[in-house]
Design a protein around this ligand. Structure first.
Ligand code: KG4
Ligand code: ZN
Length: 363
C-alpha cells in the first residue's frame, strides 16, 4: 500500500508517493520562486492562489504515472505555515481521502524535516530514527535542536528572534541579490574570505536559554557594514566586488559557527548516537562541510539529507505521516483544521512551554 503526501505550507507546491516503508517513488516540487522574487519574500495570497492552480495538476501527473493505484494513506501538512497555503493542501487532501475512503494523516511540518535525514531518493526504505538522535532543524522559519527520545522529538533550544534562513534572505535582499537569499549567498560566499569581517556573538542573559540562538543582531551588523561599503544594493549583482564577497563569506561562516556552537554541550549532556541536520539551510555547503568535520572530530556519525530533501518537499511529510499512522494517529477528513503557528496541539504537554511531538515510532 502506498502513501500520497501533500505539502503546501509555504511557497512550494509538492506531492509525493511513498512505498509503505518510506521508499520515495515520486517527489514532485513546483517552486513559486519566480512569482515571489519581485517582492523579495513570499506574498501569502499569491502563494495560496498558485497552490490552488498547481496542486491538482501535480496530483494528475502522479495519476498519469500510475502512482495513485493501491493507496493506503493520505498525508498532508497541517501546520505551521501560511494559513491560506495550508488550507489549500488540507482541503484537497481531506477531500481526496474522504472520496477514496482512505485514512488521513495530519503532519506537523517540523516532523517532516525531522524525519528527512533518514530518507533517501534511491527508492530504498527509510531508516528508523535511532533513539537519542540529535537533529538541527534550520530553515526559513525555524532554528532549533531536537532530541528524539522515546519516540518523541523534544526541542532543546530555539531562536530568540530571526531564523537562520530568514537572515540569509534579508541580507541577500539588502544587497539586491533577490529571493530566496540562501542559495545565492552560499554560492557567492565560496569566493570570499571568511575571516575578513568579525561579528560579535549575541549575549543571552537568561540562564534557561543559554543555548538559544539569536541572529537579528548579526543581520543588522552585516547590513550596516554593507551600507558602509556602498553595496546596498550591489551596483552589478552579477559582478560583486571582492569586498562584498568577503562580507558574505564572513557572514555565512558566522551563521554556521553559531549554529554548530551548542553541539559540544548538547552531545555531552545527551550522548546522541547520531547527529543530523534538516531544513532549507541544511543545503548550505559550509554547514554540510563543517558538520561532517565536527562529526569526524567528535567521532559521532552525522546524517545529512540529500539536497532535494532539505528544502520543503512532500516526501518527508509522507514518511512522517506513515510513522503517525503506525502510532495509530489519524485525522478526521471532515474536520481537519490547519494551524499557522508552531503548535503544542495533541502533545499532551500543553502548558509546559515545551513542544513535544506525538510518538513517531516506526511500524
Ligand atoms: O525548509 P525551507 O524550504 O522552508 C521553510 O520551512 O522555511 O527553507 C527555506 C530557507 C530559505 O530561507 C532559504 O534562503 C534557505 O532555506 N536556504 C539556504 C540555502 N538554500 C536554501 N540557506 C543557506 N544556504 C543555502 N544553500
Ligand atoms: Zn520547511
Amino acid at each position: 500500500m502506498k502513501t500520497l503526501a501533500i505539502e503546501t505550507s509555504c511557497d512550494e507546491t509538492s506531492v509525493a508517493v511513498l512505498g509503505n516503508r518510506g521508499e520515495v517513488l515520486a517527489n514532485l516540487v513546483s517552486s513559486q520562486v519566480a512569482v515571489h522574487a519581485p517582492y523579495l519574500g513570499v506574498v501569502p495570497e499569491l502563494a495560496a492562489r498558485h497552490h490552488v492552480e498547481v496542486l491538482p495538476r501535480l496530483v494528475a501527473a502522479l495519476g498519469k504515472q500510475g502512482l495513485l493505484a493501491d493507496l493506503g494513506l493520505v498525508a498532508v501538512t497541517q501546520g505551521p505555515g501560511l494559513i491560506g497555503s495550508l488550507l489549500v493542501g488540507t482541503c484537497y487532501a481531506s477531500a481526496f481521502a474522504y472520496a477514496r475512503g482512505l485514512p488521513l494523516s495530519a503532519v506537523d511540518h517540523l516532523e517532516g524535516h525531522l524525519v528527512s535525514p533518514f530518507m533517501n531518493l534511491e527508492g530504498l526504505p527509510a531508516e528508523e530514527i535511532p533513539e537519542g538522535t540529535l537533529t538541527l532543524v534550520v530553515s526559513g522559519g525555524h532554528s532549533s535542536y531536537f532530541l528524539f527520545s522515546q519516540g518523541k522529538g523534544v526541542p532543546l533550544n530555539r531562536t530568540r528572534d530571526d531564523a537562520a534562513g530568514e537572515v540569509f534572505d534579508k541580507v541577500a535582499a539588502a544587497l539586491g541579490l533577490g529571493y530566496p537569499g540562501g542559495p545565492v549567498v552560499d554560492r557567492l560566499a565560496e569566493a570570499g574570505d571568511p575571516s575578513a569581517f568579525r561579528f560579535s556573538p549575541p549575549r543571552i542573559k537568561d540562564p534557561q536559554g543559554e543555548l538559544d540562538f539569536s541572529f537579528s543582531g548579526l543581520k543588522s551588523a552585516v547590513i550596516r557594514q554593507a551600507q558602509e561599503l556602498g553595496v546596498t544594493p550591489l551596483p552589478d549583482p552579477q559582478n560583486p566586488p571582492l569586498v562584498a564577497l568577503d562580507l558574505l563569506a564572513s557572514f555565512r561562516a558566522t551563521v554556521v559557527e553559531w549554529l554548530l556552537q551548542p553541539l559540544d554541550v548538547l552531545c555531552e549532556r545527551h550522548r546522541p548516537p547520531v547527529v543530523a541536520v534538516a531544513g532549507g539551510v541544511a543545503a548550505n555547503r559550509l554547514l554540510r562541510q563543517e558538520l561532517k568535520r565536527w562529526g569526524e572530530r567528535a567521532r559521532i556519525p552525522v546524517r545529512i539529507p540529500p539536497l532535494a530533501l532539505t528544502t520543503d518537499n512532500a516526501a518527508m511529510i509522507g514518511r512522517a505521516g506513515q510513522l503517525r499512522g503506525a502510532a495509530g494517529l489519524f485525522a478526521d477528513p471532515l474536520g481537519l483544521e490547519p494551524y499557522p503557528r508552531v503548535s503544542w496541539k495533541g502533545t499532551g504537554e500543553r502548558g509546559t512551554g515545551k513542544r513535544v511531538f506525538p510518538p513517531l515510532t516506526s511500524p
